[in-house]
Ligand binder design. Structure first.
Ligand SMILES: NC(=O)C1=CN([C@@H]2O[C@H](COP(=O)(O)OP(=O)(O)OC[C@H]3O[C@@H](n4cnc5c(N)ncnc54)[C@H](O)[C@@H]3O)[C@@H](O)[C@H]2O)C=CC1
Ligand SMILES: O=C([O-])CC(=O)C(=O)O
Length: 364
């Protein structure tokens, strides 16, 4: 008896000293701040999902990772970035929730970061500064998204993918083309995250009609940039008849919500906290659907046939395989029909630009 507990104590010491050694090295996929094994279910490790955040050390990535670490549906959280993942991972691993956190740094560790993931959320890339459009980010972010999706295609081709990196109107078509080339494209599993547009719409509408924002639901359709963001205020729940001035004010504020934050941050970045909240909300909807919960409906930018656009954000029903149903636009008033017309050139152009980026002849 005595001898057995002595052996256990020695093993514990050995594990602790092996951690002390490993924590002074780059993370190499090690769980930061703990033992080498994951907790058992009895110790609180829920039968949950494996989630990777790519761009985890950034303005969105850090608060998003915190929210995911707090989510009991997440059992394993992989944090990948090209910068500062050891620090973020060590910090987050001290929160006493059961999800196991591991950090991965640099392109050599992209594979292990992605192996076996159920959900991959991508906020990697540069944000806007005042005076820029989301499309101005294309030159840098298109290549980043391409590389990360090549990794997903290789290491977790069945994962649900949530793309946050802008310009979403182009980065989602880029991802689709990369997955097609790899022979693993499943349009039901690829999402552009437009939840922040709905979050903003619900907040601003609640202010106008004087109710709690959690009781408001505004469908926002189209894409995720300027005029391509189209709130369908005629379908707001609870029902409300806005006057012309209110429609004009709300539509403009929702379409320019991102710019409002970029200007207020005056060169230090774009929306991070509200985006982390929105991404955590959408990620959780995907996980609940993966778990078999039914009736989960969210707006998202997906491959779609409900309009003339090959990618379009509308309400979708989520299920175990990703998108289960894409809802039609429903009845629109003349202001909203006009809004659809106004987005045509820009949305078609952004989709085509993304597709061409993958198929353009490679420069030598
Ligand atoms: N879909 C949406 O509604 C929204 C999208 N965004 C977009 O999200 C993106 C990220 O924004 P922030 O977090 O504020 O930017 P940030 O600059 O604070 O963070 C980006 C992170 O990506 C990392 N990164 C860069 N290249 C990488 C690579 N190859 N692999 C992995 N990580 C890499 C950086 O090291 C950094 O930690 C931007 O493109 C921004 O426009 C922002 C808000 C809302
Ligand atoms: O405006 C930006 O650049 C970031 C973004 O997409 C948003 O906040 O909606």
């Amino acid at each position: 008896m005595e001898q057995r507990s002595g052996t256990k104590a020695q093993m514990r010491l050995a594990r602790i000293s092996s951690h002390m050694l490993s924590s002074s090295c780059p993370p190499q996929g090690l769980k930061m701040g703990g033992l080498e094994r994951e907790p058992t279910r009895a110790q609180g490790a829920a039968p949950g999902f494996k989630v990777a955040v790519l761009g985890a050390a950034g303005g969105i990535g850090q608060p998003l990772s915190l929210l995911l670490k707090m989510n009991p549906l997440v059992s394993t959280l992989h944090l990948y970035d090209v910068f500062n993942t050891p620090g973020v991972t060590a910090d987050l691993s001290h929160t006493n929730t059961s999800a196991v956190v591991r950090g991965y740094l640099g392109k050599d560790q992209l594979g292990p970061a992605l192996d076996g993931m159920d959900l991959v959320i991508i906020p990697a890339g540069v944000p806007r500064k005042p005076g820029m459009t989301r499309d101005d980010l294309f030159n840098i972010n298109a290549g980043i998204v391409r590389t990360l999706i090549e990794g997903v295609a290789k290491h977790c081709p069945h994962a649900i993918i949530n793309i946050i990196s802008n310009p979403v109107n182009s980065t989602v078509p880029i991802a689709a083309e990369v997955l097609k080339i790899a022979g693993v494209y499943d349009p039901k599993r690829l999402f552009g995250v437009t939840t922040l547009d709905v979050v903003r719409a619900n907040t601003f509408v609640a202010e106008v009609i004087g109710v709690d924002p959690k009781d408001v639901n505004v469908p926002v359709v189209g894409g995720h940039a300027g005029v391509t963001i189209l709130p369908i205020l005629s379908q707001v729940s609870p029902k409300f008849a806005f006057n012309e001035k209110e429609v004009e004010y709300l539509t403009n504020r929702i379409q320019n919500g991102g710019t409002e934050v970029v200007e207020a941050k005056a060169g230090t970045g774009s929306a991070t906290l509200s985006m982390a909240y929105a991404a955590a909300k959408f990620g959780e909807a995907c996980l609940r659907a993966l778990q078999g919960e039914t009736g989960i409906i969210e707006c998202a930018y997906v491959a779609s046939e409900v309009t003339e656009f090959p990618f379009f954000a509308t309400k979708v029903r989520l299920g175990r395989n990703g998108v289960e149903e894409i809802f039609p636009l429903g009845p629109l008033n003349s202001y909203e029909r006009e809004g659809l017309e106004k987005m045509k050139a820009e949305l078609h152009g952004s989709i085509e630009k993304g597709v061409n980026f993958i198929h353009k002849p490679k420069s030598s």
